[in-house]
Design a binder for this molecule. Structure first.
Ligand code: HEM
Length: 560
């Protein structure tokens, strides 16, 4: 489709030719030759278009009658609220306070119209029955695609159906069950590593360089207690798990955080002023241009992406060699993708990149919130520790576990489900109507942007009851659905054909990591300022976690 800028340029060129040759004479213009008239022509069109789209379009929109927040800025709609609060925060408030039938309309930057989808019925249409009417917005895909590759997460339409069908066998629960020994062995390894760190870490805070490189942030308190920064440990553990269970390759990031792959992710996700500035710039300029601007952050991300791509390619070559040698077929994600014969080598690289990134940062974020919430609620922590110790083998025993061992721990499963409800690692995701369609009978024009916000839906009192903000694992013991009347009240993994393909994998590794950590350690928040979750600065991005990390006073509990 021709872009509006191309159209403006063509019209301006024609006008410039006609005026320059005296065919037409506008009542007023500055005669600076053909180029001057071209620029004037372009600017006049741009100004008319900008005036229309910022000040008029939303007033004439067929969606203008939908309920929504009224305190809009003249040019920037709800922008001030959205940047001033945690990601998903304003949407959580609107879903609670603005009476609506499932759709709330709000204005974003330059008064662009957006729809927040709130009711289970509307969510089921967008996510399930009309899933392919909605796509991931182009700019979102280009931005995140640099790091994730264009794999199943970003493919659309028939291409997505094809990729998902061929990857599904690797994620069937029958298969995921066989991965529990890997989940457990890495959970035990990270617990041992943290235990060692508590014994050996120095009394002084680690150097800035070590913190920056995601290597150590831990500080000794006394002989058996240290302040541990849990985030980096769980990133290392989940990267190892997706490596082993997903690709058959141990990246050894728990043992050695200086490895290329782990460091590539540390550089990419490291918050910096430049990264934030580029994020803001991406609201005005295409990601395709931004990534080439000469900034240090861009150079670091580009370098990291090359490393991740090269490692992904190497993994594929090694796997192919194993297959060619006729070695026993592996059942990891990469082997399933290779054996399906559905993907070219380049497509496989994109899939591997997708699974590496989507498969580790999310679960590591879930772990941060689990430790945060259990640090805040010592009674729940103690009860969970008792259940784990009574039922699972001590890490020291060297014994492994099965999926059934985890399944039969009701409190562990309830705690994990409640963490995922209370603090969804992915706070929100976006969709764009790809065709003229409708939601709950409301006509939705092509191009309309939709917000699906687990941070709002998972905490909506209409769906969960008045105790929605309590961290209350019991709700999952009373009722397998947590007390909500519908699945669509729980959006952590989304639903339908674009739901998280790794949900069962994620729930399995998450339960193992929580069990091993809580079984072995007693812990509390090191920073009392974090006790009020509403005031914690949260990092903005695809996943939401505390911007300054999570620091907990940790002590080994003997006897298991
Ligand atoms: C607690 C951990 C996790 C959470 C909260 C989570 C959440 C999500 C969400 C919300 C989506 C939908 C994104 C969207 O449509 O915009 C998604 C998609 C996806 N996730 Fe996860 N995820 C987790 C773990 C994993 C793991 C461990 C893997 C891989 C092993 C994985 C692989 C994927 C893939 C490939 C997709 C795209 C699916 C598709 O579009 O067909 N995720 N995830």
């Amino acid at each position: 489709m021709v872009s509006k800028y191309t159209l403006f340029a063509v019209v301006a060129a024609v006008v410039s030719y006609l005026v320059g040759n005296g065919v037409i004479t506008p009542p007023w213009y500055l005669a600076f030759g053909y180029v001057g008239i071209f620029i004037e022509g372009f600017l006049v069109q741009f100004t008319v278009w900008a005036f229309y789209s910022v000040l008029l379009k939303h007033r004439l929109s067929p969606l203008r009658h939908l309920p929504g927040p009224k305190d809009n800025g003249l040019f920037m709609g709800q922008w001030d609220n959205m940047v001033g609060e945690q990601l998903g925060g304003p949407q959580r408030t609107w879903a609670r306070t603005i009476p609506n039938d499932g759709i709330i309309r709000f204005l974003g930057i330059f008064n662009k119209e957006r729809l927040l989808i709130t009711s289970p019925k509307a969510l089921s249409e967008v996510l399930t029955t009309k899933s392919y009417d909605f796509i991931k917005p182009y700019e979102f895909s280009v931005g995140i695609g640099r790091l994730l590759g264009i794999g199943v997460l970003l493919a659309e339409g028939d291409e997505h159906k094809f990729q998902r069908k061929n990857l599904m066998p690797a994620f069937a629960f029958r298969h995921v069950k066989s991965l529990f020994p890997i989940f457990w062995s890495k959970s035990v390894e990270v617990v041992f590593a943290i235990d060692n760190e508590i014994k050996n870490t120095a009394g002084a805070p680690p150097s800035e360089a070590a913190i920056d490189a995601g290597i150590s942030r831990d500080v000794k308190v006394n002989s058996d207690q240290a302040i541990v920064s849990v985030g980096q440990w769980f990133n290392r553990a989940t990267l190892d798990i997706i490596g082993l269970a997903g690709m058959g390759q141990d990246f050894n990031a728990i043992a050695d955080p200086t490895g290329d792959l782990y460091q590539a992710y540390v550089r990419t996700f490291r918050p910096s002023r430049e990264a934030f500035a580029l994020q803001i710039l991406s609201l005005f300029i295409s990601h395709a241009i931004i990534r080439h601007l000469p900034f240090k952050h861009n150079r670091e991300v580009n370098k990291s992406v090359k490393i991740i791509r090269d490692i992904s390619r190497d993994l594929i070559i090694k796997k192919k060699e194993r297959l060619a040698k006729g070695l026993e077929a592996d059942k990891d994600i990469l082997s399933v993708a290779l054996e399906s014969g559905a993907f070219t080598d380049d497509q496989l690289v994109d899939q591997v990149m997708t699974f590496l990134a989507a498969g580790h940062e999310t679960t590591a974020t879930a772990m941060i919130w689990a430790i945060y919430l259990l640090g805040l609620h010592p009674a729940i922590q103690t009860r969970l520790r008792a259940e784990v110790r009574a039922s699972l083998p001590s890490p020291d025993s060297g014994d492994s576990i099965t999926a059934a061992d985890i399944e039969r721990l009701p409190y562990l499963n309830a705690v994990c489900a409640e963490v995922l409800r209370h603090h969804s690692p992915v706070p929100m995701t976006l969709r764009e109507a790809n065709v003229n369609t409708s939601i709950q009978g409301v006509p939705v024009p092509k191009g309309t942007m939709l917000y699906l916000v687990p941070w709002a839906t998972n905490r909506d009192p209409k769906l969960w009851g008045p105790d929605v903000d309590e961290f209350e694992p019991e709700r999952w013991l009373r009722d397998a659905s947590g007390g909500a009347e519908t699945n669509y009240a729980f959006l952590t993994f989304i639903h339908g054909p674009r739901s998280c393909i790794g949900e069962k994998f994620a729930r399995g590794e998450f339960a193992c990591l929580v069990a091993a950590f809580v079984g072995r350690f007693e812990f509390e928040l090191a920073d009392p300022r974090m006790e009020d979750e509403r005031t914690i600065p949260i990092k903005r991005g695809a996943t939401s976690k505390p911007e300054n990390g999570l620091w907990i006073k940790t002590r080994k509990v003997e006897g298991w």
